[in-house]
Design a protein around this ligand. Structure first.
Ligand code: PLP
Length: 229
């Protein structure tokens, strides 16, 4: 099998899972965006999946992302990892969506970067589902203020929320908490409808709980090298 054949088979298997989960949840496939998380994989893999019809790709390190952005055209880029404040300017030069907004200082830095690049960048507030913000994400109680700030920041468009299921907990319970945060957010920001949740191991649970953006790496590309992320 060539690498392209392997990626095509992986994509078909993921699409089968997504279709089955959508059917089980009574949802339409076209209301769900598949973000292929290409971290650690080469630009040639991104180009191959693009040619197979994948439109959205996710990265979590600025340096690696910038290289692939320069090498592959015609796709939308999502930044799904922690953003260091000093990388905000670079990230806003190429990212269409930043999934990991979790603090006030980062909203300011992303806003300045987007304005400087003369771009509008969609942002998602990352929610900590285990109450430990040191592992990324804002506490649920802090989401409304952060969302208000992002919604009024120049160059940014508040698009919704994102979360990673905590280890050692049933993802369905965690994604239900995210759904509640998302619903509360829509009461004040009705257009902020994106719910980014679900990875290779838990995309069915995320779809069942209402996610409409899946971030899938391993199931599309294979297992990442053990010492990388
Ligand atoms: C790596 C990563 C993913 C993809 O995870 P897989 O288990 O490989 O599908 C999704 N979201 C974030 C934030 C990631 O860092």
């Amino acid at each position: 099998m060539t690498r392209t054949e392997e990626l095509a088979a992986n994509l078909a298997a993921v699409e089968e899972r997504v279709a089955a989960a959508c059917a089980a949840a009574g949802r339409a496939r076209d209301e769900v965006r598949l973000v292929a998380v290409s971290k650690t994989w080469p630009a040639s893999d991104v180009a191959a999946l693009r040619d197979l019809g994948v439109t959205d790709f996710g990265e979590n390190r600025d340096g690696e992302a910038a290289e692939k952005v320069a090498a592959v055209t015609g796709v939308r880029w999502h930044f799904v990892g922690a953003v260091q404040t000093n990388k905000a300017r670079s990230v806003t030069s190429y990212a269409d969506v930043v999934h990991s907004v979790d603090r006030t200082g980062l909203v300011d830095a992303l806003s300045r970067g987007a304005v400087r690049a003369d771009r509008t960048v969609d942002v998602l507030v990352q929610v900590s589902l285990d109450g430990d913000p040191s592992r990324g994400g804002a506490l649920a109680a802090d989401v409304p203020a952060l969302a208000d700030e992002a919604a009024s920041a120049d160059g940014l468009r508040l698009a919704g929320v994102m979360a990673v299921a905590p280890l050692g907990e049933d993802p369905a319970a965690a994604f239900a908490r995210l759904a509640a945060v998302a619903e509360r957010l829509r009461q004040t920001h009705p257009y902020a409808t994106t719910v980014s949740a679900g990875m290779s191991g838990d995309l069915e649970a995320a779809l069942e709980a209402g996610a409409n953006a899946l971030r899938v790496g391993t199931a599309l590309f294979g297992h990442r090298a053990p010492l990388s992320r």
